[in-house]
Design a protein around this ligand. Structure first.
Ligand code: PAF
Length: 281
């Protein structure tokens, strides 16, 4: 696995690789890799000839009171995991390499961001879309792999690709879970032992919603109320949101129908966790 820290080196290698007509797969990450990221690499390896991973904690997508400074990092561990997973090229730029000058412009996302994480993290998806557009321009991948745990991010990137005519196929991959159902996330290490136990109730409440829907309950407000009661009873985390929306449009629905997302964000003492399921009704 080759590791490069500059855009120039990255583009030299990409240019050479493209001469062989290799299909380039791209897995953008913020590091502190877990099996969720590695499953994206595994899928990219199946579909592509050459897999690029980026590790960059993007300051643009963190609000002033968010966990940018606390975001977990361990490059040596990430390097080994990426290498073992079969990544061909690891792009590991620093902030100055990605933003050598104060940016004169950024991508503004104004659809599908007044709900879910976009609502409580104003500007977050502008930061995500801006860095992903930059990374796509640097790597010029044929296919890019994102986890469905961040389903709103997947929906935003789908629109980024559509609106800017980007020549990349987006592949949304299923959420990987711990044995008790907790979605794998780099932020899970910031949970206390007690919170870690309780955090499985996030997935359990999603399963509760699924069960209600399968039993014929389609009223969004009622399902949300049941989930709220369950979470309040089973965990100390504060509910940031529970939302039941159409997917990928992310519109409110009183009566659920078609493809829907049921999504939760919960704030624990030092970690904000998100999870969702997408169902066809
Ligand atoms: O999902 C993430 O880790 C980040 O939002 C991404 C896509 C790497 C952009 O910084």
């Amino acid at each position: 696995m080759k590791i490069v820290e500059t855009v120039e080196e990255l583009q030299t290698i990409i240019k050479k690789t493209k001469k062989n007509e290799s299909v380039i797969g791209f897995v953008p990450t913020m590091g502190f890799l877990h099996e969720g990221h590695l499953s994206l690499v595994e899928q990219a390896k199946k579909d592509c000839d050459f897999v690029v991973m980026s590790i960059f904690v993007n300051p643009l997508q963190f609000g002033p009171n968010e966990d940018f400074d606390r975001y977990p990092k361990n490059f040596e561990r990430d390097r080994q995991l990426a290498n073992n997973a079969g990544v061909d090229l690891l792009f590991y730029p620093n902030v100055t390499e990605m933003y050598p000058t104060e940016p004169a412009m950024k991508v503004i996302v104004h659809e599908g961001v007044d709900v879910l994480c976009g609502k409580s993290r104003p500007g977050h998806f502008d930061g995500v879309a801006t860095v992903v557009l930059k990374l796509f321009n640097m790597v010029t991948p044929d296919r890019a792999y994102f986890g469905m745990k961040d389903a709103q991010q997947v929906a935003v990137i789908e629109k980024l690709i559509r609106d800017f005519n980007l020549q990349v196929v987006l592949v949304g991959c299923p959420t990987l879970r711990e044995e008790d159902g907790l979605a794998k996330s780099s932020r899970n290490v910031n949970l206390t032992a007690e919170e870690r136990q309780e955090a499985s109730s996030i997935y359990k409440s999603l399963q509760l919603a699924k069960k209600l829907i399968l039993n014929g309950e389609h009223k969004a407000a009622l399902i949300k109320a049941e989930m709220t009661t369950f979470l309040q009873k089973n965990s100390s985390g504060a509910i940031d949101y529970i939302e039941l929306l159409s997917y990928p449009d992310l519109h409110q629905q009183e009566q659920l129908e078609g493809k829907v997302i049921i999504a939760i964000a919960q704030q624990y003492s030092k970690a904000r966790l998100i999870d969702n399921i997408v169902l066809e009704i």
